[in-house]
Write a protein that binds this ligand. Structure first.
Ligand code: PLP
Length: 369
């Protein structure tokens, strides 16, 4: 008899019980009524009013199934981004797409490469597919292309790259991404997770569209959860070769995108002014916060995103854990990033002016106390 036959109750398949469940950013503090949630990289400007209006209108059609082809949203993405609609596949958040890619390409015995500060979802979904996550050290806070290439074996099926990185906020210049791709065997899928691409203002950054277009083994994933301010609706998309969309389409849920998401997402991505304003607001406050934290003597990893990785001294009374406690008591919820390999840092999402100024004032007091 095998182990399953002997078990007295249903047993999850191999890998599942090795998974540490994803812990979302905190949204409340016991005993504190007014909080500023700066733990999930949400947009302080919210969604486009056009997106909210489109969302509301779907309330009149709730008895009708959504369009399983997600045509309107894919069309809006294709038009605004100058892409081929056939290569676009939408998901219930890019989280779902990352999971579908693992289910499509990973089997027990296979390996997926991720970096030690990469997004936790890759590891979870790799294990869920029964495959082995191979974790490569970053060079401090930046992906080390040579180390990633050195980790490739005959078993490697996927390489996950968060670019820009979360929680680091750093980025790999496109030349480095191309060098990484050039070093990979043709049967290895390179997944470029560009959740924060819209915030980047660097000439040497590229989310990877051309790399997808010109190769059979590159996928770019994007999200409406960050600059578009629509995380509640769960909207992600990927740009991928047709053989990849064909394979993933076979296993995704037939109605994985709901009607409200399709309508709101289509309106959101057409509102280019909203995106531009959000990007400018962000750039201004990232610069201000970086300057203020640095002035307080804290080390800040230079960020091209809408959040900052702030490093605390490892003295007992000024540690990241103590700072987090101090800030939370005053209603400022940042993110502990121990599970991402930074026990002595906090990740702060750029918030409203009031929130940003409040955190700097509170940390000024904390460091003096
Ligand atoms: C926020 C984020 C996503 C987006 O996830 P959704 O499921 O689309 O909300 C993907 N990757 C990274 C690295 C992120 O930080």
């Amino acid at each position: 008899m095998n182990d399953f036959a002997k078990a007295q109750r249903p047993t999850p398949k191999a890998g599942v019980m090795d998974i540490a469940a994803y812990v979302p950013g905190k949204a409340s503090v016991a005993g504190v009524s007014k909080v500023y949630k700066l733990s999930a990289n949400e947009s302080p400007l919210g969604a486009s009013p056009h997106a909210v209006e489109a969302y509301r209108a779907t309330g009149h059609h709730l008895s009708i199934y959504p369009d399983g082809d997600v045509r309107a949203l894919r069309q809006a993405i294709a038009e605004t981004q100058g892409l081929n609609i056939e290569n676009i596949l939408c998901g219930n958040g890019s989280d779902e797409l990352l999971g579908l890619l693992c289910q499509t390409y990973l089997a027990p015995g296979d390996e997926a490469i991720l970096t030690d500060h990469g997004f936790l979802v890759y590891k979870i979904q790799t294990l869920a597919a029964g495959a082995k996550p191979v974790i490569v050290k970053e060079n401090d806070t930046v992906i080390d292309v040579d180390a990633v290439l050195a980790a490739v074996t005959e078993k490697t099926r996927i390489v996950f790259i968060t670019n820009p990185g979360n929680p680091t906020g750093t980025y790999l210049p496109f030349d480095e991404v191309k060098r990484l791709h050039a070093g990979l065997p043709k049967n290895v899928l390179l997944v470029l997770d560009a959740a924060y691409a819209e915030y980047v203002r660097k000439n040497d950054y590229d989310a990877g569209v051309a790399l997808v277009s010109n190769n059979e083994n590159v996928v770019m994933t994007r999200t409406f959860s960050k600059i578009y301010g629509l995380p509640a609706l769960r909207i992600g998309w990927m740009y991928a070769p047709l053989h990849v969309t064909d394979a993933v389409n076979r296993i995704r849920g037939p109605f994985n995108m709901n009607s409200a998401a399709i309508a709101a997402g289509s309106a959101a991505i057409r509102d280019r002014d909203h995106v531009r304003v959000a990007c400018e607001f962000n750039a201004q406050w990232v610069a201000w916060l970086t300057e203020e934290f640095t002035r307080l003597g804290l080390k800040v990893t230079p960020s091209v995103t809408n959040f900052l990785l702030v490093h605390f001294p490892d003295t007992q009374n000024k540690s990241a854990a103590k700072a987090d406690e101090y800030l939370q008591a005053r209603g400022y919820i940042l993110r502990r990033v121990t599970s991402y390999g930074f026990p002595e840092a906090l990740r702060m999402s750029v918030g409203s002016e009031e929130a940003n100024r409040g955190v700097v004032a509170a940390l000024t007091e904390f460091l003096k106390s």
